[in-house]
Design a protein around this ligand. Sequence first.
Ligand code: SF4
Length: 76
Amino acid sequence: MATVITDACIMSLKCTEDVCPYDAIHAGDTMAYIDPKRCEDCYDCLDACPVNAIIKEEDLPENKKKFLKINADFFA
Ligand code: SF4
């Protein structure tokens, strides 16, 4: 399991990149991504995101499940 950043992300990196104690969050060109190999499911980032773009994998709605692969592919 991991948390996943979705298309609601507005690159509010002050909140997200700094909040992850495992350095799992990294910025891309248009959004930030979570490395599923680094994420330890501490959930510190969930409340830090001002637009609720970060979702627990198990809570992803069907239309956001593609972001599992999109996040993982960023680190491939
Ligand atoms: S859940 Fe914790 S370990 Fe995973 S990305 Fe968020 S802050 Fe980092």
